[in-house]
Design a protein around this ligand. Structure first.
Ligand code: PGA
Length: 263
């Protein structure tokens, strides 16, 4: 059994979320460079999540001399299976193209008003279409200065809101669906695009992930996301409750993303 403060030896999952960035030419260059570097990594599953229109061209790049540890993911999927939903992309359309889908990223919760029950539908549709859902959860408010100064002093009360956010979605899932989730802990105050963002303390992240794990089936991979870069990645990956990383800004440069993955 792995003790709470031991570094576990397991395969890591490192996901790059390109968000609404890259031209087609930039996406092809980035995917090609990541693919070339991925062969040098071991013990890591890498996932890249380009914008929707670049998924097929990037899939074609990944298919030539395929690296078995390099996968494609979508940044979102629709909450309905098909029909009159202008601008949406269904899980069925993505089946066979992507292996993963990011579900409920804080930017979608904020700008597109996605709710817990809606995210549960997305998760169900992903699973029905053989796509691994990566559910993002994170609290909006930065912990107090005292907690940030001394993260070992955090009590369970600290994560009440976080667990509520998780429950808003997972309470709508069956035990079998819950057992197939990847969860990304993404404190919104730590995401680089938000003003005043700062990376969360790795011990704080570990405590949050451990709190989430208590409400998830045993063995659910829990990733961390929020201002991850090649300098801090190793500190997060050393935490017992952290199985990998969800990387935004730092996934847009191949060398930096590969360094994060190899950290
Ligand atoms: P960041 O983004 O690494 O740029 O902070 C993370 C995310 O939004 O998933």
């Amino acid at each position: 059994m792995t003790g709470a403060d031991e570094t576990p030896h397991r395969r890591r999952l490192i996901i790059g979320n390109w968000k609404m960035n890259t031209t087609l030419a930039e996406a092809m260059t980035l995917a090609t460079a990541i693919k070339e570097g991925a062969g040098q990594l071991s013990g890591v599953d890498l996932v890249i999540c380009p914008p929707f229109p670049w998924l097929v061209p990037v899939a074609e790049i990944l298919a030539t001399h395929r690296q078995s540890a390099l996968h494609l993911g979508a940044q979102n999927i629709a909450w309905q299976s098909g029909g009159a939903y202008t601008g949406e992309v269904s899980a069925a359309m993505l089946k066979g193209i992507v292996d993963y889908a990011i579900i409920g990223h804080s930017e979608r919760r904020r700008y597109c008003h996605e709710t817990g029950p809606m995210l549960a539908k997305k998760i169900r549709l992903s699973l029905d279409n053989k796509i691994k859902p990566v559910l993002c959860v994170g609290e909006l408010t930065k912990p107090t200065a005292a907690v940030l100064r001394d993260p070992t002093a955090i009590g369970e009360r600290q994560f009440v809101k976080l667990i509520e956010i998780l429950a808003e979605t997972v309470d709508h899932l069956t035990a079998d669906e819950r057992s197939k989730l990847v969860v990304a802990y993404e404190p919104v105050w730590a995401i680089s695009a938000n003003s005043g963002a700062e990376p969360a303390d790795p011990h704080y992240v570990n405590a949050a992930a451990a709190a989430l794990a208590e409400h998830l089936p045993s063995g659910t991979p829990i990733l961390y996301g929020g201002s991850v870069n090649s300098t801090n990645a190793g500190h997060y990956l050393a935490q017992a409750a952290i199985a990998g990383l969800l990387v935004g800004g730092a996934s847009l440069k191949a060398t930096e993303f590969l360094k994060v993955a190899g950290a």
